[in-house]
Write a new protein. Structure first.
Length: 269
């Protein structure tokens, strides 16, 4: 990993303003759109089967998020994913809650069989489930401290020939050969619905301006963790989780190459 290359992506995104097509979680769709704007990209949240293929032709990256999946949305994801593969733009896949039900796991496996994804972003239990493990789930907030996250991330990256980004107390990103840990963040990120979905949108924003998807994944995931850390530090004594969310988006808007380079904590492993 070249830290300067990652840092340069902040100004590149803001100068190029890539269009990021997102078929995402209806619970967090507004937040995903707002963080996309905050980092300097443009969101489009088209989900209709009648238009997703056409919309992909305008986009620089495609984000597929299974948070509120249903049959029609899944069909739209497959259509958009195949169109993105034909066009040659990156696909960022977020398998939200994939281990919670048989239905979710079946659809995630089908999508990975039919569409060539570029980056997978999830928590450790979701990634473990995709890899064939049996980590216990608690809805979309699943945690399993017994997982060997580094080995799991590398395994998945090699299994699907893509970048894998795992969110957690310490974030992990691997391309199967290189692996890094991101040691920023704050526990309050787990108290706001959709910070994982937002991180996926940030990754998509960076992936829309480069073919170095390893660096893009590091930039996106570390931006969310660093913004959470900075937002928590900037809260007054009487401010709570509502103001934390507002400040989180403000911090994403403020982060640039210089803030990121000074405050990010990345360890190659």
């Amino acid at each position: 990993m070249n830290k300067n290359v990652v840092g340069d992506l902040f100004s590149i995104v803001r100068s190029r303003n890539p269009l990021i097509h997102q078929i995402t979680n209806v619970v967090t769709i507004n937040d995903c759109a707002n963080v996309t704007l905050a980092i300097g990209a443009s969101p489009v949240m088209a989900t209709s089967v009648e238009e997703v293929e056409e919309m992909v032709q305008l986009a620089n990256a495609l984000v597929l998020n299974m948070g509120t999946i249903n049959t029609e949305t899944f069909f739209a994801m497959i259509l958009a994913g195949k169109a993105a593969n034909e066009k040659g733009i990156p696909i960022i896949f977020d398998p939200v809650g994939v281990g919670a039900t048989t239905y979710r796991k079946k659809l995630a496996e089908e999508l990975l069989n039919k569409v060539r994804v570029t980056i997978i972003r999830g928590n450790a239990s979701e990634i473990d489930s995709l890899a064939g493990g049996k980590a216990k789930m608690r809805g979309v907030d699943a945690k399993d401290e017994s997982l060997e996250v580094r080995q799991l991330t590398i395994k998945m990256a090699n299994l699907f020939s893509c970048i894998v980004a795992v969110s957690g107390k310490v974030d992990t990103v691997s391309n199967g050969k290189e692996t890094v840990r991101i040691e920023n963040g704050d526990t309050w990120l787990t108290k706001v619905t959709g910070t994982g979905c937002m991180a996926t949108s940030l990754i998509g924003s960076f992936a829309g301006v480069t073919d170095d998807y390893f660096s893009a994944s590091i930039a996106g995931l570390s931006t969310m963790s660093l913004a959470g850390e900075r937002a928590k530090k900037n809260l007054s004594e009487r401010e709570g989780i509502g103001q934390f969310k507002v400040k989180l988006i403000d911090e994403i808007f403020q982060i640039d190459k210089y803030i990121w380079g000074k405050e990010v904590s990345i360890v190659e492993s």
